[in-house]
Design a protein around this ligand. Structure first.
Ligand SMILES: [Zn+2]
Ligand SMILES: [Zn+2]
Length: 174
């Protein structure tokens, strides 16, 4: 959602509390898109310091559905988010720095969803597992080994060992 903060921009030295309701539905990470499975309304504190600086602070939690690295089943991954951003203000308008945070706020509005998206991307986990001992998918038949244990032979034969076994077989024939 985009939050209109004109009230705070006009109130030099004031801190105001806004109730925000995120509308973010998905987040992209390294080329893929993941659905948001949980988000909550939260309070955002917006301070106008001397009519020149704007500080925003808030805390919330967003959960994203990410497939398990091993078995690909959906995992709801919780992202605790701490928002702490500052902007410059001029003539009761937010001055955006094109190099830094230009997409987070503009004019008299703060893009709350964009801020949440950035935070999620910054704290993306290296590894996502449905459980620490996830057995993953069988490389032979592709079944989820947490659900069904298959009879596939998953021992990868070392080619040198295979040669040795051939020789062994020859000996047997003699
Ligand atoms: Zn798994
Ligand atoms: Zn199998």
């Amino acid at each position: 959602m985009r939050l209109d903060i004109y009230k705070t921009l006009a109130h030099k030295g004031k801190t105001e509390e806004y109730q925000v309701t995120p509308e973010i539905t998905e987040v992209s990470h390294t080329g893929a898109t993941y659905p948001i499975c949980d988000r909550q309304p939260f309070e955002l504190f917006v301070s106008n310091e001397g009519g020149t600086n704007l500080f925003i602070k808030g805390e919330t939690t967003v959960s994203v559905m990410i497939p398990c690295d091993r078995c690909l089943s959906d995992v709801s991954v919780e992202f605790p988010i701490t928002i702490s951003e500052s902007f410059q203000i001029k003539d009761e308008m937010i001055v955006t720095d094109p190099e830094e945070n230009s997409d987070l706020a503009e004019g008299k509005e703060i893009d709350v969803d964009r801020i949440l998206m950035n935070e999620i991307q910054l704290h993306w986990p290296d590894k996502v597992l449905c459980r620490t001992d996830c057995k993953g998918l069988c490389p032979v038949c592709g079944k989820n080994r947490n659900i069904t244990e298959c009879d596939c032979d998953r021992t990868v034969l070392d080619p040198r060992m295979a040669k040795f076994l051939d020789v062994f077989d020859q000996f047997k024939e003699v």
